[in-house]
Ligand binder design. Structure first.
Ligand code: AN7
Length: 355
């Protein structure tokens, strides 16, 4: 028997993607990520809670799904360089796919607000990294300006090809569960992901692959919660730097996803987000970056506020890997090693509480 080799989201789902039919795929084998049953959250809710673990993508975040599509189309159309604004994950992903394609990646990031792992990725993949004295929203304006006036392809999620690749995550969830979940929970920053998930769920329902569409519930950090308040945040602030975004580009699409699905947006404190991150790592064995825990923190907040998920199926996207930002993860702990001992079994046993 030959094991099935996952071919990346373009080849797995090409007939369902609205990209030029003959576009060669620039792929690193993205997608096909695990849907992990959360025993912890299923127990807490009395429902079936599944985690879509997007940190298991080639550059360790969900961004690779959209990036394979955007870079493939850009290269097919003759691009020699691509540009994006980023809070870190988009730039890491873009740099990798540009490297694979042999084109130049240019990334604009807010100075001092990028997790070390993400910065390392952009640098290792050969990106020209430009630090901007400003926030993500400023970086996006500049990226749009560069793409307008210079021969570089813009691959932020305002590029519709990004959503085409990104929506494959919904397909995978339905393929795995046999139908759409009742609820889908996820973090929101620039709002490309929620827009893409909704696109995918609708498409699958229209094709008859799912009998229903999930209710979309999306969560932001309270210091960067424009979709909750209805107003842009000129100075967004949160320890979950990935979603430190004050004026999401896909604002209208995200609002439509929430409204059409009967869903909503809610805000979380940084403490709620970081606590959910730790609990998820300890209880389910899934280590995600801070922003990625917002869906889990949101579920817990909903329960506290009297919401019930009993008897329902819930999918939660955990968007990026915890190794991207170990500094923030470890902030909540004291000394990271419990004990230092001499190289002896007895000493280790005693320190481990075994004797
Ligand atoms: C881990 O990399 O916007 O609502 O520039 O990295 O689709 O923006 C990252 C966003 C959630 C929010 N979780 O998704 C960027 C960037 C993680 C993220 C989000 C991001 P969108």
């Amino acid at each position: 028997m030959t094991a099935h080799q996952w071919r990346g989201v373009i080849e797995e789902y090409r007939p369902l993607l609205d990209i030029p039919a003959d576009t060669p795929a620039v792929t690193l084998g993205e997608g096909g990520t695990p849907l992990v049953h959360s025993d912890w959250l299923s127990g807490v809710t009395g429902g079936e809670v599944w985690l879509k673990v997007e940190g298991d993508n080639p550059t360790a975040s969900f961004k690779d799904r959209g990036m394979t599509a955007a870079v493939s189309v850009a290269v097919h159309q003759g691009a020699q360089a691509c540009v994006c604004a980023s809070t870190g994950n988009t730039s890491a992903s873009m740099a990798a796919y540009a490297a694979k394609a042999g084109i130049t990646p240019i990334v604009l990031v807010p100075e001092g607000k990028i997790a070390a792992g993400k910065m390392a990725q952009a640098i290792m993949h050969g990106a020209r990294v430009i630090m901007v004295r400003g926030n993500f929203d400023d970086c996006l304006k500049i990226s749009r300006g560069l793409a307008e006036h210079y021969p570089v392809a813009l691959v932020n999620s305002v590029n519709p090809d990004r959503l085409e690749g990104q929506k494959t995550a919904s397909f995978e969830i339905v393929d795995r569960l046999g139908d759409a979940p009742d609820f889908h929970l996820l973090p929101v920053g620039n709002a490309g992901n929620i827009s893409a998930y909704w696109l995918g769920y609708q498409q699958y329902a229209d094709l008859g692959h799912a009998t229903r569409r999930p209710v979309m519930r999306a969560y932001q950090a309270e210091g960067a919660a424009p979709l909750v308040t209805g107003e842009p945040f000129p100075n967004p602030e949160t320890k979950a730097t990935a979603i430190r975004i004050g004026n999401p580009a896909s604002w209208k699409l995200a609002e439509a996803a929430a409204a059409e699905s009967g869903g909503r947006f809610a805000a979380l404190t940084d403490d709620q987000i970081l606590s959910a991150q730790r609990e998820l790592a300890r209880r389910d064995g899934v280590f995600v970056e801070p922003a990625s825990a917002a869906g889990v923190a949101g579920l817990l907040q909903d329960l506290e506020q009297g919401e019930s998920y009993a008897g329902t199926t819930v999918a939660i996207t955990v968007t990026g890997h915890g190794l991207k930002d170990t500094a923030t993860a470890l902030e909540g702990f004291g000394p990271v090693v419990d004990a230092v001992v001499d190289a002896e079994v007895e000493a280790a046993a005693s320190a481990a509480g075994l004797s």
